[in-house]
Every structure is written in structure tokens, then in C-alpha cells.
Design a protein around this ligand. Structure first.
Ligand code: HEM
Length: 217
């Protein structure tokens, strides 16, 4: 690991910065992912969604993008868990009493739990579609796989709960990331406050798919 990166990662503020930046990049991925998934609503036979999936899969840069995404998720989760553990330790030690850096806020207290629920969702999701797709091989198209998974047993409800947690997580995250990055300013604050509604749009947008397959198809 280069020394500049070691230096950043050894400080608590450095870890928070990288957690914020990787989190914001993951939000950009979610916006693109939701936009792509909306092709599900374009027709009833899934041809628009399947053509979109084919377009993505035939891009030679896909393995690179997937590796980048994996690094973002691992860095974000790993650092967020470490910062939480360090803050808890600091709060418990006498030394931290006069130091408000370790102070617990409602947001930091719920972030780790909503984050872990989203991680649980992500493991299920990758199993359903990324690994499921390999298992289905050439025999089925992606739309049929998504439709059958999102109507099966408790899976759609796990998706709805996961998206509830994602909504809460991003609602707090979209404010705290900009605070961490030092972008707080009276009128910028107003802009970030509006941007937080993106959390609601993403959560409702993603949750709409299992509900659509359950009740309308
Ligand atoms: C109901 C909502 C969602 C649906 C219908 C959906 C659908 C899909 C599908 C079909 C794939 C496989 C794409 C392919 O391999 O061609 C996929 C991959 C993926 N999804 Fe979702 N997704 C949803 C929500 C989410 C959310 C909320 C997250 C993140 C928190 C997420 C993260 C990912 C990741 C990381 C991959 C793997 C990307 C790759 O390896 O190429 N998805 N999703």
C-alpha cells in the first residue's frame, strides 16, 4: 500500500473521508442501476430490460467496472465498521470524555445497523441475480429470472425490508457525507437537504420492483 494511503487510513478523519467519498460513488452507481432497471416497466415481455442487460454484458469494460464496484463496497463497509468500533472504544475510555469526536449521534448509531441490513440484502441480491444468472446459464433470460425470484416466497419481502433500510441509511448518509467533506455552508446546507430526497426516490424506486412482480404481473 502506498505511504500516502497508509497515512490517510491511519487517521480517524481520513477513514471518515474515504467512507464518505466511496459512499457517494456508490450512490451514483445506485442512480444508474435504478435507471437501468426502470426498463422493466417498458413492456410486459421484458425485451427492453433484456436488451439493456445485453448492452451492459457485451461491454468489454464490464469486468473492470465490477472490480471497481467491489473495491468501493469493501472499502466503504470495512472503513465504516472500523470507524464505528473506534468511536465506541473512544467513548468508553476516560480519555474521550472531554473529546466530543466520539460523541454518539442518532445518525451514527443507526447507520451501522441500517448499513448491515443493506449488506445482508446485498448478499441475497448477488446470490439471486449474479450467481443465479450463472446457474441459469443460457436456459433463461434475465427478465424471467428477475420476475421469478421477485415473486418467490419471502424474497420480495426481504427486498422491501432491505430497501427500507437503504432509504434510512442514505437519508442520514447524504447529509453526513457532505458535512464530513467540509461542504457545510448555510446555502449549501439547503441544497444537501433537498438532495436527501434522493434517498426516498432510490428506496421507493427499488422497492417498486418486487411489489410490481408480486401484484401486477
Ligand atoms: C429490486 C431492486 C433491484 C433489482 C430488480 C436489481 C436487479 C439486478 C440485476 C438483474 C442484476 C444482475 C445484472 C447482470 O448481471 O447483468 C443486479 C446486479 C447488481 N445489483 Fe441490483 N437490483 C436491485 C437493487 C439493488 C440495490 C439496492 C443494490 C445496492 C445496494 C444493488 C446492487 C447490485 C450489485 C452490486 C450488482 C452486481 C453488479 C455486477 O456485478 O455487475 N442492486 N441487480
Amino acid at each position: 500500500m502506498p505511504t500516502w494511503l497508509q497515512k490517510i487510513l491511519s487517521s480517524s478523519l481520513g477513514k471518515k473521508y474515504i467512507t464518505a467519498i466511496t459512499g457517494l460513488l456508490l450512490v451514483l452507481f445506485l442512480v444508474a442501476h435504478l435507471a437501468g432497471n426502470l426498463t422493466i416497466y417498458a413492456d410486459k415481455d421484458g425485451s427492453a430490460f433484456n436488451s439493456y442487460a445485453h448492452l451492459i454484458e457485451s461491454n468489454p469494460l464490464l469486468p473492470l467496472a465490477e472490480a471497481g464496484l467491489l473495491v468501493l463496497f469493501l472499502a466503504h463497509i470495512g472503513l465504516a465498521v472500523r470507524v464505528t468500533i473506534e468511536n465506541r472504544r473512544a467513548r468508553r475510555s476516560r480519555y474521550a470524555v472531554a473529546n466530543d469526536k466520539g460523541k454518539k449521534t442518532t445518525s451514527s448509531a443507526t447507520m451501522i445497523w441500517t448499513g448491515l441490513i443493506v449488506l445482508g440484502f446485498l448478499i441475497l441480491h448477488i446470490w439471486n441475480f449474479r450467481i443465479g444468472k450463472e446457474l441459469a446459464g443460457e436456459s433463461g433470460d434475465l427478465y424471467t429470472l428477475v420476475k421469478s425470484e421477485l415473486r418467490q416466497g419471502w424474497t420480495p419481502w426481504a427486498y422491501v425490508v432491505g430497501m427500507g433500510a437503504l432509504g434510512f441509511h442514505l437519508w442520514h448518509a447524504l447529509r453526513s457525507a457532505f458535512q464530513t467533506l467540509g461542504a457545510a455552508h448555510p446555502y449549501l446546507d439547503e441544497a444537501w437537504e433537498k438532495l436527501r430526497w434522493l434517498a426516498v426516490v432510490l428506496a421507493l424506486g427499488f422497492a417498486s420492483f418486487p411489489l410490481y412482480f408480486l401484484f401486477y404481473t
